[in-house]
Design a protein around this ligand. Structure first.
Ligand SMILES: Cc1cc2nc3c(=O)[nH]c(=O)nc-3n(C[C@H](O)[C@H](O)[C@H](O)COP(=O)(O)O)c2cc1C
Length: 298
């Protein structure tokens, strides 16, 4: 028996509407579909604009049926303040999902964990199987993939990210990037990045650019697609992007193995309508297949 794939690459019209996220605490609740992001993978930390107290629960529901798909149990870690606005960081203490029926749920997790432990040396996530299981629940809301451009004299780069997102109520946009990424020093110095939302059909080229997490880009002309200067910063963005956003970095801090950047959106150009490349959990796609409504796999 083989486990389900951990991740599924899918085409979704942005912003994704298939799954909603609800934060619940002490008799209160709030829709955080566009107000929670991953701040760090190890430990697994979620950021939100809402202060939901010491303990809260994050629920993911299928929007069409209202069915509960998964739950993360959160414990408050710290608050972050930037530009007179505060955010809350929550450690993910526990989690569970209902995408597979018992006993397949436990059996699949056991098979996935066994494979992860076997591949530990090449496991790019650098985190333990229990944290990856919880991360797959956080990916029940399909996460959009963008290419991030950074530019400084002689230190340009473009690489894929999906640990990104708006924190709606605060107006911030966050990015969680491994501290070892070659572009972190450039981002800390320049305090500017450009995000190109990538069409679903560009999967192969996007994955190839994953190499630029480790090696900077030698020359913008070396890319296999056309770029054009972004509106205010003049940083090269993908010419065929669905949407291009320029972000000013206003705060950053290390959380575990990641650097968590808080940004303000300086410009936002919606260029073309179309499906964007997204990631979701493999068990989420298995659930949708069983319901006869799979997301389009790329
Ligand atoms: C589509 C895609 C999205 C990614 N998103 C992120 C991200 O949001 N944050 C991050 O730190 N790394 C991201 N990565 C990079 C990888 O997780 C990993 O850091 C990279 O391949 C280098 O791995 P290593 O330094 O552990 O060897 C992404 C890679 C791909 C292909």
């Amino acid at each position: 028996m083989r486990p389900l794939p951990q991740w599924s690459t899918v085409a979704v019209d942005p912003p994704q509407q298939v799954v909603t996220a609800t934060l619940r605490w002490g008799g209160n609740s709030a829709d955080v579909t566009a107000d929670h992001t991953v701040a760090s993978l190890n430990p697994l930390v979620i950021a939100t604009s809402i202060d939901a107290g010491q303990r809260a629960v994050l629920e993911y529901h299928d929007r069409a049926s209202g069915r509960l798909l998964g739950v993360l149990r959160l414990v408050q870690m710290a608050a972050i303040s930037a530009e007179n606005t505060s955010l809350t960081l929550y450690h993910v203490a526990a989690g569970g999902h209902r995408c597979l029926v018992w006993p397949r749920r436990s059996w699949n997790a056991w098979l996935q964990n066994r494979l992860m432990l076997k591949n530990l040396a090449t496991n790019h996530l650098n985190t333990d199987p229990a944290a990856v299981q919880k991360l797959m629940i956080a990916y029940l809301c399909p996460r959009p993939v963008v290419l991030v451009s950074v530019d400084a004299p002689g230190r340009q780069n473009i690489f894929p990210m999906d640990l990104i997102g708006p924190l709606e109520r605060s107006g911030f946009f966050s990015l969680a990037l491994r501290s070892t990424n070659v572009s972190v020093p450039t981002m800390l110095e320049q305090r500017k990045v450009v995000l190109s939302s990538m069409p679903a059909a560009t999967k192969a080229v996007v994955y190839k650019l994953g190499a630029h997490h480790k090696e900077p880009l030698t020359n913008w002309d070396a890319l296999p697609f056309a770029v054009r200067p972004s509106r205010a910063f003049g940083i090269p963005a993908v010419a065929a992007a669905l949407r291009v956003r320029e972000l000013a970095i206003v705060h950053s801090q290390e959380i575990g193995l990641h650097r968590f950047f808080l940004c303000r959106v300086v410009s936002d150009e919606a260029l073309v309508e179309g499906a964007q490349l997204h990631h979701t959990g493999g068990f989420h796609q298995a659930y949708r297949l069983r319901q006869g409504m799979p997301l389009t796999e790329i």
